[in-house]
Design a protein around this ligand. Structure first.
Ligand SMILES: C[S@@+](CC[C@H](N)C(=O)[O-])C[C@H]1O[C@@H](n2cnc3c(N)ncnc32)[C@H](O)[C@@H]1O
Length: 206
């Protein structure tokens, strides 16, 4: 059981290079999963195919910042950068201090906040007021009640420009959050090359 109360918010700016690679990331993930099962919510980092499927939903020609929630070891972050999105445009919120430190080191220049995506306004603080043009989330929503998920998605959509995508992957068959009035949802990908296979959902506020 993991408390989702207030956690320290540190902006990491360390620039050391660190051990990379799918195997070391898989081991890191398993270690975090054992200590924080509800927060990590997956047996392995997303595959590159899943990272690409998520990043593909972000308009590379759009202007403005991009939000990433629950980046873990940075698979989707890397996919965003590979699409040509400057990493200075990405703000990543990661609950787990180990992963937050890891991606700050792995992607120098990335804005990393070690905080709670469920407390989005508090976590972003006054510094990030410009609406985001897209959000990507790996936060394991199915580990939370539907009521909490609704509050979560509402908080994210309010920080996005209307019509911008909030991209969420999920291992379930159905969309992880039932959309309320004024919100649309569509499944944009089913990625078999992932452990386990995952669906990518896009929510938009109309
Ligand atoms: C299933 S993993 C996905 C990691 C990564 N996005 C990927 O695709 O490999 C879930 C990630 O969400 C993070 N997380 C869980 N709850 C969170 C919260 N409330 N706020 C921010 N990050 C959270 C976990 O620490 C973990 O890094």
């Amino acid at each position: 059981m993991v408390s989702l109360g207030l956690v320290p918010q540190n902006k990491h700016t360390c620039t050391h290079s660190i051990l990379q690679g799918p195997m070391s990331d898989a081991l890191r993930f398993i270690r975090r999963l054992i200590t924080q099962p509800k927060t990590v919510g997956a047996v392995a980092p997303s595959s590159r195919a899943l990272g690409r499927a998520m990043a593909a939903q972000i308009d590379v020609h759009g202007e403005g910042p991009i939000l990433e929630l629950g980046p873990g070891t940075g698979v989707a972050t890397a996919a965003l950068i590979a699409r040509g999105i400057a990493l200075e445009r990405i703000t990543a919120i990661e609950y787990d201090p180990h992963f937050a430190r890891l991606i700050a080191q792995r992607f120098p220049g990335l804005s990393v906040i070690n905080g709670d995506a469920f407390e989005l306004d508090k976590t972003l603080g006054a510094q990030f007021i410009e609406p985001f043009i897209g959000a990507i989330s790996g936060v394991p929503l199915l580990n939370h009640s539907m009521e909490r998920r609704q509050v979560f998605i509402d908080g994210v959509l309010r920080r996005l420009k209307p019509g911008s995508p909030y991209v969420q992957f999920s291992y379930g068959l159905n969309c992880p959050v039932t959309p309320v009035a004024g919100v649309t949802v569509s499944q944009v990908a089913f990625v078999l090359l992932n452990l386990p296979p995952a669906r990518v959902w896009v929510y938009r506020r109309t």
